[in-house]
Design a protein around this ligand. Structure first.
Ligand code: ZN
Length: 156
């Protein structure tokens, strides 16, 4: 699985308030692609490890000029208190591009890693934010399977 860096918005990805990211690349990405959101993917010293946050899945992909961003999408980017002008300035500084640069607008959903089967799945039933934050999540099929075998629904 590919890694995707969320260095500036680690907190927003951890608390799952960010639902879209703008990138200059990722042309190969397709709707349905699952990637691992990480704190930092590049410039990790030898022997260092990549800090994974959560798997995500792209649900909508489009290209538009950077400075077409709306106030609503600034919020979706994880900056509820900032303006579109602020966002464009920040992006231009970090990526050294023009304000009108076409950017890849990548909308995604959060997936949960099941502690039993290890699959990355979306599920309506998230068993408490404390479990999700700890990556301790069991998917519905695994939970039903455990109950059918007379076990506790959750292994933790
Ligand atoms: Zn499972």
């Amino acid at each position: 699985m590919r890694n995707m860096s969320f260095t500036l918005t680690t907190r927003q990805v951890r608390n799952r308030t960010k639902t879209v990211t703008r990138r200059l690349g990722w042309k190969f990405a397709r709707v349905g692609l699952v990637v691992m959101a990480c704190v930092k993917c590049q410039g990790i010293p030898k022997g260092g490890h990549i800090e994974e946050i959560t798997p995500i899945r792209f649900t909508d992909l489009r290209w538009e000029p950077l400075n077409s961003i709306t106030q609503e999408d600034v919020v979706n980017e994880g900056f509820p208190l900032q303006s579109p002008e602020w966002f464009v300035d920040m992006f231009v500084r970090h990526n050294r591009c023009a304000p009108s640069e076409p950017v890849h607008v990548m909308t995604f959903e959060y997936l949960n890693t099941c502690a039993v089967c290890g699959e990355h799945v979306t599920d309506e039933f998230v068993f408490g934010p404390e479990h999700t934050a700890l990556h301790q999540y069991v998917c519905s099929p695994c939970m039903i399977d455990r109950m059918n075998r007379g076990e506790e629904p959750l292994p933790f």
